[in-house]
Design a binder for this molecule. Structure first.
Ligand code: HEM
Length: 514
């Protein structure tokens, strides 16, 4: 509480200062009302209204701001503060950015939060496109995120899911915070594969990571007015970020020295798999890397895996369950499928997960309507480039609005309806080559965690559906179930999902079993 009120006072002062600055600037340079469609290098200023992905949603841009976009409205120029943005909202122009001109747009723009939290852009997400970034992606793919490595974490995944199922069982017949359970489940899995079971400070680490994710996802005025350096200080942003980074640094320093000590004393069980920190420390000590890794680089990678890998999967489980509860027919169909496929085994395991076609479609439909990264992670234009007849200039920030594309009636029938059937016998996938459906991005910077997150989401949801029936508390009506979004580094449900779990006994069947 104390820290948030300390943060608010300078923030309010900062905003007031900014307002005065902005009004003075507007008086001196009133925005030009329009610009010619053929030569739109300097888009006029627009206020920031609400969530950007909804502002620039679907066919909104050209309807609302006809002079600011190209003739299809697929590319929109926006001036937010001092920074020119280009918002892409059609599959065709997304393909040009992420495939045709992939290398031109392979860098991330500057952000103060990223600079401080990632030890000066030495993580994977924000590091500049080049040899260092390639090396990190290779290490993560080989040691953590490729399908066979993901499979090798099977016992960790099962153990963590069993712990969560235990928590559900204890609350059988009572109101249960489903959202909180899935967030702590994915944090548990990610922390075990990243830094192992023995780290004792997990409980203090998670809230710090959560605050980091919240702050780094928020729109920062300091980033929109980079020439007003005072704003970084007045808004309290810099000190807040440094405090968080220092806290995380202390914890990760402890994790690294614990691991070094264990490696040197061989104080570990013979059956223990190397976690990510073990792997990175061994590579560091081996000295054979093209670009040497410092301890700070290792910390930056751990932070990335935690921030990018933990909440995103939980968010998908949370929305998927909310959508199924809102659509009892869909819940029943997914549940009947999983209970039919695993009937003889009496439990869900990985061997037949690939037979759960309907559940996989539920997950895809959730990724379509509720992508945790609705604007991907911004890119920066490396050199002047023409996209769909629109001139994008070097250094402009480019946002691909995959939320709007995935709800555009041009590509999807009844786009706002949750209808998993649209993915049955449909080759459209989320691996980056169908540009109307890009929940993980595409091209060189595509999310490397697809296999990892799918393994966690599929197994967890299948188990929750197999072993329990799920009902809403009696005072909540289906039509009133809150589906509001909360904007942050990843977009999640604003309000937790509370459900009543009812254990399913195969012999007796349940209300849903066929
Ligand atoms: C449902 C789960 C997830 C979703 C929807 C998701 C989505 C995304 C998106 C949209 C991007 C930006 C791609 C772009 O700029 O084109 C991204 C990047 C990234 N994701 Fe994920 N992600 C998920 C899970 C994970 C997991 C489990 C990990 C790791 C354990 C991970 C690690 C990363 C990293 C390191 C990047 C940066 C890649 C780069 O810049 O080269 N993600 N993710």
């Amino acid at each position: 509480m104390e820290s948030s009120s300390q943060f608010q006072a300078p923030a309010i002062l900062g905003y007031l200062l900014l307002l005065v600055f902005f009004l003075l600037k507007m008086r001196r340079n009133p925005p030009k009302p329009t610009f010619a469609a053929a030569a739109p290098p300097h888009p006029p200023k627009l206020p920031i209204i609400g969530n950007l992905h909804q502002l620039a949603g679907s066919s909104l841009p050209h309807r609302r701001f006809p002079d600011l976009s190209n003739q299809y409205g697929a590319v929109l120029g926006l001036q937010l503060g001092q920074i020119p943005f280009v918002v892409i909202s059609s599959a065709e122009s997304a393909e040009q950015i992420l495939k045709t001109h992939d290398v031109v747009f392979a860098n991330r723009p500057f952000s103060l939060a990223a600079q401080i939290l990632t030890y000066d852009f030495t993580d994977i997400i924000f590091s500049p496109y080049g040899a260092y970034w390639r090396q990190l992606r290779k290490i993560c793919a080989l040691e953590l995120l490729n399908p066979s490595r993901v499979q090798s974490f099977g016992s960790i995944r099962s153990e963590e899911i069993s712990n969560s199922m235990g928590r559900v069982s204890v609350s059988a017949g009572q109101e249960f915070n489903f959202s909180e359970m899935v967030f702590s489940l994915t944090a548990g899995i990610v922390s075990r594969v990243a830094f192992g079971k023995k780290y004792r400070g997990h409980d203090e680490f998670v809230p710090v990571m959560e605050e980091m994710a919240r702050i780094s996802g928020a729109f920062s005025l300091a980033d929109l007015f980079p020439s007003v350096k005072l704003l970084q200080v007045m808004s309290g942003m810099r000190s807040q970020l440094l405090r968080l980074r220092n806290e995380a640094d202390r914890m990760m320093g402890g994790i690294i020295s614990d691991h070094r000590e264990r490696q040197s004393t061989a104080d570990r069980g013979s059956d223990e798999v190397d976690d990510l920190v073990d792997v990175l420390l061994k590579l560091q000590a081996g000295g054979g890397l093209e670009v040497p890794l410092s301890d700070d680089n290792i910390k930056a990678v751990i932070l990335d895996v935690f921030i990018a890998g933990s909440d995103t999967s939980a968010i998908i489980m949370d929305w998927a369950m909310s959508e199924m509860i809102k659509n009892p027919r869909i819940l029943q169909q997914a549940q009947s499928e999983v209970r039919r496929v695993f009937k003889l085994k009496g439990d869900v395991d990985v061997t037949q997960l690939h037979e759960l076609y309907y559940l996989q479609s539920v997950i895809k439909e959730t990724l379509r309507l509720h992508p945790p990264g609705p604007l991907l992670i911004p890119r920066e234009c490396g050199e002047d480039c023409e996209i769909d007849g629109f001139q994008v200039m070097a250094k402009e920030k480019v946002i691909v609005n995959i939320w709007a594309i995935a709800r555009d009636p041009k590509y999807w029938t009844d786009p706002d309806e949750f209808r998993p059937e649209r993915f049955i016998n449909n080759p459209i996938d989320f691996k980056g080559s169908n540009f109307e459906f890009l929940p993980f991005g595409s091209g060189r910077r595509i999310c490397p965690g697809i296999a990892f997150s799918m393994a966690n989401i599929e197994l967890s949801l299948a188990k929750f559906l197999y072993h329990f029936d799920w009902k809403l508390p009696s005072d909540v009506k289906i039509e009133n179930l809150d589906m509001t979004e909360l904007y942050g580094f990843a977009v999640r449900k604003k309000h937790n999902l509370t459900l009543i779990p009812i254990p399913y006994t195969q012999a007796l069947g349940s209300s849903f079993s066929s």
